[in-house]
Every structure is written in C-alpha cells, then in structure tokens.
Design a protein around this ligand. Structure first.
Ligand code: AMP
Ligand code: MG
Length: 333
C-alpha cells in the first residue's frame, strides 16, 4: 500500500477563510472556515475581506489543528488557493501558507481554486469524467477535461451567476449571501415576469438581466415573482449552454459544483438535461458546495503527488488565473 500523504490547504479567494486537511488514504479529515459577511446593503470589499481573513486566520488554524488529531509534523505539504480571486484576500491566505510551510520546512503547493471545486466534488460524488457546470460567486463555467486540461465550453461574459443573485438580493434588501434568500422567495412566487435572456454563442451574459430585474423592482413588481423569474431566466441560460456542451462532448456524466449548486431549481433543470442525454447527474454535497479549505487540501494531494510545488519566493498569487491555463497531469486520459 502506498504510504499516506497529508496536505493542509488554505482557501482565501473571496469571502471565506478556510483551512482543510486531507489524507490520500482517508479523504477529508478536517474542514474549518470563517465566512466574511459584508455590512447590510454592501458588497464584498477586497480589502475588508482581507482584513477579515487576517483577523480570523489564527482561530481557524487553531481549530483545524485541534480537530486534526495528529501532530502538525505529519502534514507533508502546505497548499494555498493561488487564484483566481480578490488580490488582497488571496495574498492573506498565501502569507499564512508561506509562513506555515517555512516554519514546518515542508513544500508549498499552489492550487487553482476552480479545479479545487471540481476535484473535491469528484471525490465526494464519484464522478469520473463529467461535463462540469461550475456556478459560484467567482465562476460561471461549463468545462470538460480533455488532453491534460479542463477545456472551457461556455462561460459568463460579465458577472457570475452567484454575483447576479447576490447583487439582486442586496438591491432587494434581502440578507447576504443572496442565493439562498432568492431561492426561498422564488419558491413562493409563480407569476412569470419577462426578463432578458442573453446567450451569445455558448456564453451567457447576466449584467443586462440584473439591470432589468432592478428596474422591475423599482416598478414595484412582486419580489417573490421577481425572484422566481430571475431564477427561471438565469438558470435556463445556464441549462441551454450546458446542454449544447453535453451534446457536443457526449460526456456520460454531468457534475454541478460551486455555491449556487445548492439551489434545488437549478439542480432540477440540470438533472433534466442530463437525463435527456442519458448522462448520470451528480451534484456536490451542500456542505462542500461553497468555498472551503477541504477543496484546497484534497486538490493539493493530487498536485503534490504529480511533483508540483512552488518556491516561497516565487509564490505570487494570480487573481486572474484561468482554469484552462492549468496543466493537469493527474487525471486519466
Ligand atoms: P462560492 O463562491 O462557491 O463560495 O459560492 C457562493 C455563492 O453561492 C454566493 O453567490 C451565494 O449566494 C450562492 N449560493 C449559496 N447557496 C445558494 C442557493 N441555495 N441558491 C443559489 N445560490 C446560492
Ligand atoms: Mg469558489
């Protein structure tokens, strides 16, 4: 039996400061996080998120080490989310990771945040070679693996699906994060309010939809109906482009990941297209749908075992790191 490898991973791309610890033999061992909540009515300011991460890092780390029932020395590598994300927030997590790796004299491993969403979801669902629909605060991306890379088959041209829901919720004085609040109101609404549906090629664009929904709000449209209609239009755009990608790639699995994957209506729409194409539908467990350290720790194991690490003095964060720029040596062809 191969000897066990243990990685500690740090997530800090946006709202969440998280630390996970994962084992090559036993999967996720520890997952602790603290989520930044902006003041009511405001969005996430990168500097304030970074400040939150600075303040929370010691207690999150202490708690993670407490839950890890072994000596810290048994950690083989320290990993961090190197991008994409908010620069100041990324730099805070990177600083903690560099300090820990240096202190422990262990390798430092760079992890791409989107790949981390996909890899942990693959582990937890058992999906092997899926068409992935990644919908979160930072991504709206339809992707499939081919020839050592995740290839992008569709993405947003402007704001993400999570951002659309969060900003709309903020404008409607709903609590943060907006997605769950919009979802629960949408379940009570039923009347469809016409909103713009914008698909360009295989990409989606949500900014016009957001502007139109905000205008309807000012016209005193019923908020429940508006939440319902916003979800129907935005999710249909994602479903249409996902279906085209599924028809093109002929994948036999569809995997829904990212924070917005927790939405039941979106799950229903995507499972329907999977079913029509005779593909199995998988969704990341809700507990691990949003950003977390476990995603980074688990993916770090795959990266590290492929021989990839980074020198501390070269470990700059990459706020605009694209998914399809990352070579993936660990997946089967
Ligand atoms: P992440 O960036 O992966 O941590 O995901 C955060 C995003 O997921 C935020 O935009 C949330 O509003 C969104 N989200 C969380 N739960 C739900 C839900 N039930 N429905 C829709 N969006 C959600
Ligand atoms: Mg994310």
């Amino acid at each position: 039996m191969a000897s066990e490898i243990i990685c500690l991973g740090i997530e800090s791309t946006a709202h969440t400061f998280g630390i996970g610890i994962a084992s090559s033999e036993n999967g996720v061992l520890v997952d602790v996080k603290s989520v930044y909540k902006p003041p009511f009515g405001a969005g996430i300011h990168p500097r304030e998120a970074a400040q939150h991460h600075c303040e929370e890092a010691p207690s999150v780390l202490n708690q993670a080490l407490k839950e890890f029932s072994r000596k810290i020395d048994s950690v083989d590598a320290v990993a961090f989310s190197m991008g994409p994300g908010l620069g100041p927030a990324l730099r805070t997590g990177a600083t903690v990771a560099r300090a820990l790796a240096t202190w422990l004299n262990k390798p430092l491993v760079p992890v791409h945040h989107a790949i981390a969403h996909i890899e942990l979801a693959s582990l937890l669902t058992g999906a092997k070679d899926p068409l992935v629909i990644l919908v979160s605060g930072g991504h709206t991306t339809i992707t499939a693996y081919a020839d050592r890379r995740w290839r992008v088959f569709g993405e947003t041209e402007d704001i993400t699906l999570g951002n659309l829901l969060d900003v709309f919720a903020r404008e409607s004085s709903l609590p943060s994060p907006g997605g769950p609040a919009v979802e629960s109101l949408a379940k009570k609404g039923g009347k469809f309010i016409d909103l713009p549906y914008v698909v360009k090629g295989n990409d989606v664009s949500f900014s016009g939809l957001l502007t139109a929904a905000k205008k309807k709000l000012q016209m005193n449209c019923d908020l429940k109906d508006l939440c319902h209609s916003l979800q129907e239009v935005a999710f249909s755009m994602v479903a249409e482009t996902s279906e085209r990608a599924l028809a093109f790639t002929e994948k036999k699995e569809v995997l829904l990941v990212g924070g917005v994957a927790a939405n039941e209506r979106l799950q229903q729409m995507i499972s329907e297209i999977a079913c029509e194409h005779n593909a199995s539908f998988y969704v990341v467990p809700k507990r691990y749908s949003g950003d977390c350290g476990a995603q980074i720790a688990w993916t770090a194991l795959l990266v590290y075992r492929s021989g990839i690490e980074i020198k501390v003095e070269k470990s700059y964060v990459k706020p605009k790191w694209r998914l399809d720029q990352v070579a993936i040596p660990w997946r089967d062809e």
